[in-house]
Structure formats: C-alpha cells, structure tokens
Write a protein that binds this ligand. Structure first.
Ligand code: ZN
Length: 326
C-alpha cells in the first residue's frame, strides 16, 4: 500500500514539488478544513427567468414580520387564519410578508416594476438595489420605473431617505387613477389621521418629480410588451401588468393577493390593506380565474421569493404552485 506521505516523498524526490511540499504536508496533518462562521442572513438575491425573448429578474426586496392578530383578515376568525398558516407549515403567532420587485429586460430596455423601500423601511428590507447590482445591473441603467400602486412598500424606494431619485435616468410611469386619488389635497385633508402619513409619503416621493411622471390608463401598452390591467380594489388605481414577448405571456399581479398562502387559498378573505375590500375580492377572483384557465405564469409582490408560479383551482379557492427553479 502506498501512503500519501510516500507519494509526496516520491514527488519530492522527483524534484517537481520541492517548494509546495511543506504546505501539502501541513494539509495532510490537518484532516478537516471546513470551519466557517455562521452567517444568519441571506446575500442579495435575484432570480432570472425567460419569457420569450425577454428576461425577467425577480429582485428580493426583503420582508417584514408582524404579529398576527384578528385585525389582519377582517372577515375571518383568527383561528381560521392560523389554521391556514399551520397547514402551510408557517408560524401562527406572526406573519412574515415577503417583497419581490420585478425587472424586465426586453433586450433593448430595462423596466423595473415596483421599487421596495430602499433605505426608508426597516432592517429586513430595502435590498432591491443590492439584488439588482448582484445581477449586474446598476440603478442608472434602468430606463423605466413603473409603479403598480402607491403603497409605501412599492413606491418609497424610488427616492432614498436623503431625497435623491434612486434611478436617475428612468422615466417614471404611474396609474392615472392612483395619482388622482393620492395627490388630491382635499382628500388628504379629509383623511383620518392614521392615513395622512400615507398621503404624505406619496408626496415625498412623487411631488418633486411631478412634471416628469407619466400617468397611464388601463388597457394600454405603456412599454413594448407591457400592458396595464385594471386590478383596482386593493387601492383605487392598483394595476397589474401583462408582460408578453412573442407567444410567451405572464402577468405581474402586484397586490392582487397579499401572501397567496392566505389569499389565493381564501380569495374572499379581506386583508386589512385592501382599501375597497369588496372590489379587491372581485378583482382577485377575476385575475386568478383567468390565470387558472389560461395557465399563465404570475409574479406576485408578496409571495415567497422568487414569487412566481401558477394558479390552480382548488375547492372554493386557488392553490399557488411555485414555478420550478431552473
Ligand atoms: Zn404591497
């Protein structure tokens, strides 16, 4: 039997490894070199997938964890919500809501849909730019930023805390109905105090750029391959987007559901964030019915990363089927 040491000796004698030999011998005498620190966090996370000639890049903005209480779903008993979470192997005392923005590379344009918080949120979010950079794209390369609606988790990241636009070369496109609602001074004055902050947040981000912001209606192709769809209810101007390249088609549905674990499974449940909850339920069913019938791929802002997959009808609701990682 030839030992490792004798092999090394032979090599050394052959005169080819005289300098390396001492280091190699140290390696032999120390069998395990696998020690590494426990990190405990994720690095910047992105996921690319193909859509016809387009490339879609899911960008992990992060997440937010809140205690779960009876106020989260307005029209279901807390125990029913907890059972749905338990059935999905999730904690029942708190809820983690994920955020995933979508970057569409059409081959000639880079289009970001929704922006996350940037540095205006908390320690567990604000990572969209880092994810984008990890995917090889600088914010200055983004041609267009589209906002699905004006809730803070979708819009605040357009402008950092210092007040600078994060995507300096991008045109900004927003739903006309959303602009009309949130930029209405009389409506802000009449809003309950708890809601005034949301109005002020919208103005902080958009008012300095107001003259450059392009407003869109529903049913318009606003960028080649990206068409707006009325998904109102969650907010007055909440918009989904059909993204199409050749025969390939998908839909970014933003907050048509909050986490699909709860609201695809139970489409009639009314999350506390839906501003017109009845309309949001009707929109949810319309879009999820279409997705199930057409077998069209969806991207959700609040599904678990990379937040894309398909919808199957199941019982009185739907099942979200994550797309295979490839
Ligand atoms: Zn949202």
């Amino acid at each position: 039997m030839i030992s490792r040491r004798s092999v090394l000796t032979t090599t050394t004698l052959a005169g080819t490894a005289l300098i390396a030999a001492p280091a190699i011998l140290r390696g032999v005498s120390s069998p395990a070199m696998a020690k590494a620190p426990i990190v405990g966090t994720q690095g910047p996370s992105f996921y690319r997938y193909k859509l016809g000639e387009f490339e879609i890049i899911a960008l992990h903005e992060g997440e937010f964890t809140r205690p779960l209480d009876a106020s989260f779903v307005r029209n279901a008993p807390l125990e029913a919500v907890q059972k749905t979470l338990a059935d999905a192997f999730l904690p029942t005392d708190k809820l983690t809501i994920s955020f995933t923005a979508v970057l569409v590379n059409t081959g000639s344009k880079l289009v970001l849909i929704d922006t996350g918080f940037n540095d205006n949120g908390g320690p567990t979010n604000g990572r969209t730019v880092a994810a984008m950079k990890a995917a090889g794209i600088e914010p200055s390369m983004v041609d267009t930023v589209i906002l699905s609606h004006f809730h803070g988790d979708h819009l605040q990241g357009l402008r950092n805390k210092a007040g600078e636009i994060v995507y300096p070369n991008a045109e900004i496109m927003v739903p006309e109905a959303e602009w009309a609602f949130w930029m209405d001074d009389a409506r802000m004055a009449a809003a309950p105090d708890a809601m005034k902050g949301a109005f002020q947040g919208v103005r902080r981000v958009l008012a300095p750029s107001a003259k450059d912001v392009k407003q869109f209606k529903w049913g318009q192709e606003i960028v080649t391959g990206i068409t707006t769809v009325d998904a109102s209810g969650h907010t007055p101007g909440h918009t989904a987007f059909v993204i199409a390249s050749g025969n390939a088609k998908m839909m970014y549905v933003a907050d048509t559901t909050n986490t699909p674990v709860l609201f695809a499974t139970n489409p009639e449940w009314k999350v506390m964030f839906d501003m017109d909850a009845d309309k949001a339920v009707a929109t949810r069913k319309r879009i999820l019915d279409m997705a199930a019938a057409d077998k069209i791929r969806l991207a959700f802002y609040h599904a678990s990363f990379p937040a894309t997959g398909f919808i199957a009808k199941e019982g009185a609701g739907y099942r979200f089927v994550p797309a295979q990682w490839s």
